[in-house]
Design a binder for this molecule. Structure first.
Ligand SMILES: [Ca+2]
Length: 482
C-alpha cells in the first residue's frame, strides 16, 4: 500500500517537473533521482527512474513553495567552475605556501645575517680600536725613535769631537815626549860635562845647609814628610822661646782681614793712600807709583796694624809655581787674591816713593803667626839687579833676612848670588841670595811643615823652624814709615 503511494508521488512529481512546478527541493530531487543531471534534461523529463524499493515508514512531504529559480540551481558547470576556482586557489595557496616557506627561509636567513652583521660590527669596532691603539703606539714609537736618533747623532758628533781632540792630544803628547826626550839627552850631556868639570877640580858645590834649629822640631810629629796632606792638625810646631803670641791670633793682635774686591777708585800711590782715602776693606786696589805710568793691581791689607800695607808677596796654598825666570820675577805673576809676586819693577817703583818699612808675616802649620819687621825697605834699580836694602830688625820670628841685606836678586836664569852655583836652582825660586842664605820665601810650598828634600828648597825662615821646615803661609808687605 505504502509502495504504491510513493510511486504515485514520484510520478506526480515528474509530471509537475514536466510542467516546471516540481514540488521536490533540488537536494531531494538529486537524492531521489541521481540520473537527472541537467536542467534541460529535467525539463524534458525523458528519463526512466529506477527507484529502489523502499519501505516508507513516515509521511511523504510535498513542497508547497514549488521549485527554486534556475539561477539558484547548482549546475555541473558551476561545480566545475568552482572546482577550477578551488584548484586554482589551491594552487595559489600552494604557491603562497611555497612563497611563505621561501619567505620564512629568507627571514631566518635575514636574522642570521643581522646577527652576523652585529658580530661583524663589534669585530670591526674592536679592530678599529686596535688600529687606533697601534697608530698611537707607532706614533709614540716614532717620536721616541726620532729622539733616539737625535741623541745618537749628538753622541756621535761628541764622539767625533772627542776623537779629534784625542788625536790632537796624542800629537801634543808625542811632541812633548820628544821634547822631554831631547831634554833628557841634553841633561845627561850636561851632567856628564859637569861631572868631568868637577872631577878635574873639587867635589860638586852644594850650597851649605842653613842651621836647623833642633829644639824647634817636635819629635813626635815625624821628622821627614813632604807628602801632600790635608790634615795638619797633628803637625805641632811649638817653639818655646817664641810663643809670646797665641797661635790663633794675628801677631799684631789684629783680626784677620776680610776678603775684598777691586774698587772703582784710584789709582793710589800705595795702599797707605788707599787707607787714608777712607777704604778700610782689605782687597785688590789699583795703584800707580809716582813717576811711573804703569798701573799696578795689588792687595791692600787694612786689617793689620791700622792697615795701609801693600802686599808684594804671598804664599798660602802652593797654587802658584814660583820657580820662574828673571822676566817673570821682574813683571810679577800669580793671583792677586791668592798666591802672587807683585814684580821687582813694581816693588822698586813703590818703595822708592818714600821711606818704607817691611813686614814679613809667617804662619806655621798649627796656625801660629809670627812676624819680622824691618825699619826700612827699598830696592836698587834693575841695573843693580834690584839689590835689597833693609833697615834694622824687630819682631818675634827671628832675623833671617838681614844676611840677605845688600844682595842682588837671583833667578834660575840670572845668577847674581855669591855662591859658585846658582842658588835659585837649589832653592827653587828667585830671591836675594847670598851663598845661599838663611831664608827663601819663594821656594816650594810643602804641605805639613817638615819636609824631606836634597836641598833646602821649601819656604823656610831658618830662625823659625830651620831650613827643613816649610811654612804654611807667608806675606811680605810694605808701608810708609810713620
Ligand atoms: Ca852664583
Amino acid at each position: 500500500m505504502k509502495v504504491e503511494k510513493w510511486n504515485l508521488g514520484v510520478l506526480l512529481c515528474l509530471s509537475l517537473v514536466a510542467l516546471g512546478t516540481c514540488p521536490l527541493r533540488p537536494r531531494a530531487a538529486a537524492f531521489a533521482a541521481t540520473a537527472a543531471r541537467t536542467a534541460d534534461d529535467a525539463k524534458r523529463c525523458a528519463y526512466t527512474f529506477l527507484i529502489p524499493q523502499q519501505q516508507i515508514t513516515g509521511p511523504i512531504c510535498a513542497s508547497i513553495t514549488g521549485p527554486q529559480a534556475d539561477e539558484e540551481r547548482v549546475t555541473r558547470m558551476d561545480i566545475s567552475v568552482l572546482r577550477d576556482v578551488l584548484s586554482k586557489q589551491r594552487r595559489e595557496i600552494e604557491t603562497l605556501q611555497l612563497v611563505a616557506d621561501v619567505d620564512g627561509n629568507l627571514v631566518n636567513e635575514m636574522k642570521l645575517l643581522r646577527k652576523e652583521s652585529r658580530n661583524m660590527n663589534s669585530r670591526v669596532t674592536q679592530l678599529y680600536m686596535q688600529l687606533l691603539h697601534e697608530i698611537i703606539r707607532k706614533r709614540d714609537n716614532s717620536l721616541e725613535l726620532a729622539q733616539l736618533e737625535a741623541r745618537v747623532l749628538n753622541v756621535t758628533s761628541e764622539m767625533l769631537r772627542l776623537a779629534s781632540r784625542y788625536k790632537e792630544l796624542e800629537m801634543r803628547f808625542a811632541s812633548l815626549a820628544a821634547t822631554v826626550n831631547n831634554q833628557s839627552v841634553l841633561i845627561s850631556a850636561l851632567e856628564e860635562r859637569c861631572g868631568r868639570a868637577y872631577s878635574r877640580h873639587e867635589p860638586p858645590a852644594v850650597p851649605p845647609l842653613v842651621q836647623v834649629v833642633p829644639e824647634s822640631i817636635p819629635v813626635a810629629a815625624g821628622r821627614f814628610t813632604n807628602e801632600i796632606q790635608r790634615d795638619h792638625s797633628n803637625r805641632a810646631f811649638p817653639r818655646g822661646s817664641r810663643m809670646e803670641v797665641p797661635p790663633t791670633t794675628d801677631p799684631l793682635g789684629v783680626p784677620l782681614p776680610p776678603q775684598g774686591t777691586l774698587t772703582s777708585d784710584g789709582p793710589f800711590r800705595d795702599c797707605f793712600s788707599v787707607r787714608q782715602a777712607g777704604h778700610s776693606n782689605s782687597g785688590m786696589y789699583l795703584l800707580k807709583a809716582e813717576g811711573s805710568d804703569k798701573l799696578i793691581q795689588a792687595w791692600c791689607e787694612h786689617g793689620l796694624d791700622n792697615g795701609g800695607w801693600t802686599v808684594f808677596q804671598r804664599r798660602k796654598d802652593g797654587s802658584v809655581n814660583f820657580f820662574r825666570n828673571w822676566e817673570n820675577y821682574k813683571k810679577g805673576f800669580g793671583n792677586i787674591d791668592g798666591e802672587y809676586w807683585l814684580g821687582l819693577e813694581n816693588i822698586y817703583s813703590l818703595a822708592k816713593q818714600g821711606d818704607y818699612r817691611l813686614l814679613v808675616e809667617l804662619e806655621d802649620w798649627v796656625g801660629k803667626k809670627i812676624y819680622a819687621e824691618y825699619s826700612s825697605f827699598r830696592l836698587e834699580e834693575e841695573s843693580d839687579s834690584f839689590r835689597l836694602r833693609l833697615g834694622s830688625y824687630q819682631g818675634n820670628a827671628g832675623d833671617s833676612l838681614t844676611s840677605h841685606n845688600g844682595k842682588p836678586f837671583t833667578t834660575l836664569d840670572r845668577d847674581k848670588d855669591s855662591f859658585t852655583g846658582n842658588c835659585a836652582h837649589f832653592h827653587k825660586g828667585g830671591w836675594w841670595y847670598n851663598a845661599c842664605g838663611q831664608t827663601n820665601l819663594n821656594g816650594v810650598w810643602y804641605s805639613g811643615g817638615v819636609y824631606r828634600s836634597k836641598f833646602q828648597d821649601g819656604i823656610f825662615w831658618a830662625e823659625y823652624g830651620g831650613g827643613f821646615y816649610s811654612l804654611k803661609s807667608v806675606r811680605m808687605m810694605i808701608r810708609p814709615i810713620d
